[in-house]
Design a protein around this ligand. Structure first.
Ligand SMILES: [Zn+2]
Length: 265
């Protein structure tokens, strides 16, 4: 069974109350479901995974096809959450990258596809304590969505078998701040235009400037939701897979302060 890492003190001053914001749905049932999924998922994975350890000690090889295929989308979400708990509590697995490289050299069976920001502080594989061959990663400033990214996600899920699409925004995002400030800079101008609908859609009566961290993070969360909607709207392939329960499309905010991955519901 997993060792439950000691949770670091949460900085309540930096934790966003997304569920209280207009447009945000309460997340209690999702969180309860994830707890159940975590238990079931780990049991299922351990049964067919001689090389995997969830004790926080090691992860000897990349996911095999059998291991990945045995996981449900909820199992994958739970795996990423557990990895984030290890990351923020300083109990990351000791990855044997040489072994992972050897194991994944003849094929890849990633469990997730992650769309996240280019911010140097938000490399998903590290934040979620995942090894080589375990996740597809597409990164772009402000984790916006476009046709190329949708195509990449279609490849990840429909062709390569990933079970979860995670859109991960983060606190204090420079791209979100740039959109709020209407920054103009070369090609970045067009990219920031993709974030502006989220700025407009964020209902907030206080200071609507990039100096207000609360507003910036609420916009970032809405920007994640917008990307999730775009994936569903722009890809019949992925929308169908989600409807059929083959994949889940989930959103999250990563908190630079504290390192917590907060699922958005
Ligand atoms: Zn960012």
């Amino acid at each position: 069974m997993c060792n439950e890492p000691n949770r670091p003190n949460q900085n309540s001053g930096t934790r966003m109350k997304y569920s209280s914001h207009p447009g945000y749905r309460p997340g209690t049932s999702r969180r309860q479901a994830l707890k159940s999924a975590l238990t079931a998922g780990i049991a299922g994975m351990a049964a067919g995974a001689g090389l995997m350890s969830f004790s926080g000690v090691s992860f000897a090889a990349a996911l095999s096809k059998a291991q990945r295929d045995a996981m449900s989308p909820d199992d994958v979400i739970a795996m990423m959450q557990k990895g984030n708990e290890r990351f923020r509590s300083g109990k990351m697995q000791q990855h044997d990258y040489l072994a992972q490289k050897r194991a994944s050299g003849t094929g890849q069976f990633p469990a997730a596809a992650i769309l996240s920001c280019i911010d140097s502080r938000t490399p998903a594989e590290i934040l979620l304590d995942m090894g080589l061959g375990e996740s597809f990663n597409t990164r772009v400033a402000g984790n916006i969505c476009n046709d190329d990214i949708v195509g990449s996600l279609e490849f990840a899920c429909a062709a390569a078998g990933a079970k979860v699409i995670l859109v991960m925004g983060h606190s204090s995002c420079g791209a979100v701040k740039g959109a709020i400030d209407d920054v103009k800079l070369g090609k970045l101008t067009e990219l920031l235009d993709e974030i502006k609908p989220a700025v407009k859609a964020t209902k907030y009566d206080g200071d609507r400037t990039s100096k207000n961290a609360e507003f910036v993070d609420l916009v970032a969360a809405n920007n994640v939701r917008r990307a999730m909607d775009e994936i569903r709207d722009d890809s019949d392939v992925l929308a169908k897979m989600e409807k059929e329960g083959k994949i889940k499309i989930v959103g999250a905010m990563y908190h630079l302060n504290g390192g917590r991955l907060e699922l958005l519901t």
